[in-house]
Ligand binder design. Sequence first.
Ligand SMILES: [Zn+2]
Ligand SMILES: [Zn+2]
Length: 259
Amino acid sequence: MRLFDTHAHLHFPDFAEDLPAVVERARAAGVRAMVTIGTDRETNRAVVELSKQYPDVWATVGIHPHDAGDAAEADFEEIERLARDEYWVVGFGEMGLDFFRDLSPRDAQAKVFRRQIDIARRVRKPLVIHCRDAHDETLAILGEERAGETGGVMHCFSGDVAIARRCLDLGLYISLAGPVTYKNARALPDVARFVPEDRLVVETDCPYLPPTPHRGKRNEPAYVGLTAEHVAGLRGADPEALSDALTVNAARLFRITLT
Ligand SMILES: [Zn+2]
Ligand SMILES: [Zn+2]
């Protein structure tokens, strides 16, 4: 089994005690690469440091919509510098809009989102997009800011088939996380069947959202195979072949050469 966890937060305190063991379990489960995702000033520094310690862990730098209200000019400069200078930084994000928790003013979220797309287009690295209860607004911004020129992924996709189609039309990948395995997965099984095989990836978003049967516990990259297997079941695909295809997609998305 060859797997790729496209979205993890390995630098979070949840993993401070046992990260080497977490990475070991991921490798043993067939995870060939993981991307640890920055969300604010402190974590952007932390992801770069962490990715330097593990040859199979890569990083993205960005400002989460929750943190948009606190973003300063220096943060955008640092993101751009890290993405230009650091070998292990393979993308920007997570960025986007979150109208579910609304932890930052919506106009600040939109402004910070647009600014990061602009940086990503200039640096030519893909976007990792977070979107909750804001699909129309997110897709409008992605279109207006010509996000298709740099590409990216809708992480932890939570929309329906119609929204998935609009994301694909923008040139984005769709990433499915643990919720596709839940009983109340809503439209996600249909999305899992709908997205063309060459545009789909999987993630854990660990430590959050563990796939069945690990709900209620800490999530970790070793579990990404459970989501991939579930998606294979929904599509009537061979789990090993699909996992391999998703791994190739993720490597293409982040422009990583897997050895
Ligand atoms: Zn997110
Ligand atoms: Zn995340």
